[in-house]
Design a protein around this ligand. Structure first.
Ligand code: SF4
Ligand code: SF4
Length: 355
């Protein structure tokens, strides 16, 4: 009979930093999704509403489920936080997207873990692996599995390792011993809520995704609403601010895993360099990284807005360059409209510290 302790040992062997077990139950927190959707906070993420019923209990995706093996992987690397970057020519990209695509890497690791679990169990059982893409409310199960608590910034926070964690899970018919859930340790802190540049938190734990830079630069397919563009700053893919300021990320765990080390093109890139990259190499970069969710025109759109917000002579020079056959995506209507907006953002300012 496979025990929870053996699963945890096997999880460590294949490279997971955290592993806990939650019972496969319909926890009350899973129902908050309905209210969140009703308030329109999902914006154009229609798949959230379409899969809402499946998301309220893992037994809807694995009817025989008894346990959820929740897995955490630290992706934090030895680099400055976005809140410490004071170069207006620097492109800000969410920390999780700097290395290899975590869906692929963690998918392979989970398959390996499952293989070892099957050999150790010596009897058949049902199991299904998810890395961020399935209809599973990962953070709720991770909290009940003792991996951390859901902070006011809606991220899962481990008391020592912080919140730079990829979450994934194996939903299984195995009746494994469950861990104790983690208790909230945010206390009276409100740093994340105050630091958000778009005021996206309607209240603690409630994020209006339509205001969040992660939504605007990743999920949104069309134009970024004009009234939001200045708030984008120099973010070109996602935003980390509400995690950067979290006290539990002041001395977080760091990963030496080669998979999460920044690839050279995403290691503190300059806006102008990203802008000048030919479509072929930029498209290749997207494909190999976790940034693939943003398509090429979407990334060009974001970089155009960031160049406009940057306002330096270097950015203005890049914006003034015409599209070439190698950078044809810059001539797409979605992008040209954002270029026109960016060029209107006033005269170039000399390079200086961000205000
Ligand atoms: S990711 Fe950025 S924009 Fe989104 S809620 Fe956090 S601080 Fe606000
Ligand atoms: S910044 Fe403070 S309130 Fe926000 S998640 Fe971290 S501890 Fe919680």
């Amino acid at each position: 009979m496979l025990t929870a302790d053996t699963v945890k040992e096997l999880a460590r062997e294949v490279g997971f930093d955290l592993c806990g077990v939650a019972p496969a139950e319909a926890f009350p927190e899973l129902r908050f999704l309905d209210d969140w959707l009703e308030r329109g906070y999902a914006g154009e993420m229609g798949y959230m509403a379409r899969t809402a019923r499946r998301r309220d209990d893992v037994r809807r995706v694995v009817p025989a489920a008894r346990s959820v093996v929740a897995l955490g992987t630290v992706y934090n690397t030895e680099r400055r936080y976005s809140t410490e970057v004071d170069d207006p020519d620097a492109a800000l990209i969410s920390r999780y997207a700097w290395g290899e695509d975590y869906h692929d890497v963690l998918g392979r690791r989970m398959e390996k873990l499952l293989e070892r679990m099957r050999s150790a169990a010596g009897e058949p059982f049902e199991a299904r692996c998810y890395v961020d893409t399935g209809p599973v409310q990962e953070r709720v199960y991770a909290q009940y599995a003792g991996l951390g608590w859901i902070g006011k910034n809606t991220c899962l926070i481990h008391p020592e390792k912080g919140s730079w964690l990829f979450l994934s899970e194996i939903i299984t018919s195995l009746p494994l011993a469950a861990d104790a859930p983690q208790l909230d340790q945010c206390g009276t802190c409100t740093l994340c809520l105050e630091a958000c540049p778009t005021d996206a938190f309607r209240e603690p734990w409630v994020l209006d995704a339509t205001r969040c830079l992660s939504y605007l630069t990743i999920e949104l397919r069309g134009p970024i609403p004009e009234e939001r563009r200045s708030e984008v700053g120099t973010h070109v893919y996602g935003c980390d601010i509400c995690q950067d300021v979290c006290p539990y990320n002041a001395a977080p765990a760091r990963s030496a895993d080669p998979a999460w080390q920044p690839v050279p093109a995403l290691d503190n890139p300059r806006l102008a360099d990203l802008w000048r990259q030919p479509d072929k190499s930029l498209g290749g970069l997207l494909k190999r990284s976790a940034m693939s969710r943003a398509k090429l025109p979407g990334l060009r759109r974001n970089v155009a807005v960031a160049l406009g917000n940057s306002g330096t002579t270097e950015s203005a020079a890049a914006l003034a360059e015409p599209a070439t056959p190698e950078t044809a995506s810059r001539a797409e209507p979605l992008v040209t409209e954002h270029i026109a907006w960016a060029r209107r953002q006033g005269a170039p300012r000399p390079k200086s510290k961000r205000s």
